[in-house]
Design a protein around this ligand. Structure first.
Ligand code: UT7
Length: 323
């Protein structure tokens, strides 16, 4: 069994930043409410000409370059997204074409909402551990602005667009030490996008659905669930809370993130927070935060990272990573 270590990270944000002040002109909200309840100051919104694959491609190219590799070195591609360009081919297959990867490696999308990147990281690690891949590209990419109801203040202020990526490489040294995935379908009504080609779909008038969330109820489940997940992750590795150098959480809400940091006994300056500038970018949020902290020098080689996420499904998952 081989280890899988992070060889490079990359990310991409669309050029356009949308401030809270701009949202004040769209819905009955205030900069103060959004900052106090979520921590968000601005989020990025993709240009109408950009799609999920465009964002994924930029992040992927930067991660591959950071790993010192060429696209053709990649032998597994996983894209975590809830906002793929189309039903099929998958975003991962479209990304292969963009990157000029023509050797025929497996490529597929991962649908686990905000937990998608952690699901993808876990899957790629297992491929590498069992010899199924040597260099895997794992991307989280979202154009969530396309599935928001811009008249619903309870959701449209929360989300943003972006992409993040890592290259995982087979290694003698441990990298991803463990990952822990969970799902429970019982609470679908609390958070969903009730649209797809399912029952009742009207092919003639089909329009994309939008995010529906009972935020306060999701909030309470998320805090409780992530607390237990952190304990599970540390126990599986016989580690103490004080061993973790950096918490890299899914960036849904600063209050959920700090609650998890407290559970870990970590001061908030050991938690990577990009929610202020990115909003909630769903599956892209963890690799975006990771790349931000790697590139600004906070996260150093050898640091112990705890990645965790919670999202629709419900799905939740964590990864403990020696960077
Ligand atoms: O990433 C996937 C997982 N998602 C999450 O983890 C999100 C979890 N939930 C949250 O982050 C928070 O619940 C929210 C940020 C969505 C909402 O914060 P909250 O403190 O739970 O607020 P609330 O839903 O209890 O609403 C409080 C008040 C309500 O007004 P009343 O009934 O007290 O008069 C809302 O109507 O805030 C009102 N409100 C707003 N006011 C101004 C809701 N949205 C807004 C808004 N601006 N944008």
């Amino acid at each position: 069994m081989s280890h899988a270590r992070i060889a490079g990270t990359g990310s991409y944000l669309p050029a356009r930043a949308m401030t809270n002040a701009e949202l004040e002109s769209l819905v009955d909200t205030s900069d103060q409410w959004i900052r106090e309840r979520t921590g968000i100051i601005e989020r990025h919104i993709a240009d109408p000409s950009e799609c999920c694959t465009d964002l994924a491609e930029q992040a992927a190219r930067r991660a591959i370059e950071a790993a010192g590799l060429m696209p053709e070195d990649i032998d597994l591609v996983i894209v975590a997204t809830s906002t793929p360009d189309q039903v099929f081919p998958s975003t991962a297959c479209r990304l292969l074409e963009r990157l000029g990867i023509h050797g025929g490696p497996p490529a597929f999308d991962m649908a686990a909402a905000c937990s998608g990147f952690v699901y993808g990281l876990d899957t790629a690690t297992r491929f590498i551990a069992t010899g199924g891949a040597r260099r895997a590209l794992v991307v989280g990419a979202e154009v969530f602005s396309r599935i928001l109801d811009w008249t619903d203040r309870s959701t449209c202020v929360l989300f943003g667009d972006g992409a993040g990526a890592v290259v995982l490489e087979q290694s003698e040294q441990p990298g991803v030490l463990s990952s822990h995935l969970h799902a429970d379908g019982r609470q679908e009504p609390l958070l969903n996008v009730p649209w797809g080609v399912g029952q009742g779909y009207d092919a003639l008038n089909g329009d994309t659905g939008t995010v529906s969330m009972r935020g306060n109820e999701v909030f309470r489940v998320a805090v409780r669930t992530l607390g237990a997940l952190v304990d599970e992750t540390l126990a599986a590795n016989s580690l103490d809370r004080s061993d973790v150098d950096w918490l890299v959480p899914h960036q849904a809400n600063i209050r959920i993130m700090t609650a998890t940091a407290r559970q870990l006994g970590l001061s908030v300056d050991r938690m990577v927070s990009t929610v202020e500038r990115h909003g909630n970018t769903s599956a892209a949020s963890i690799p975006l935060a990771l790349d931000t902290a790697v590139r600004d020098g906070r996260i150093q080689r050898g640091d112990l990272l705890l990645l965790e996420a919670f999202g629709a499904g419900f799905t939740w998952g964590s990864a403990l990573v020696r960077y």
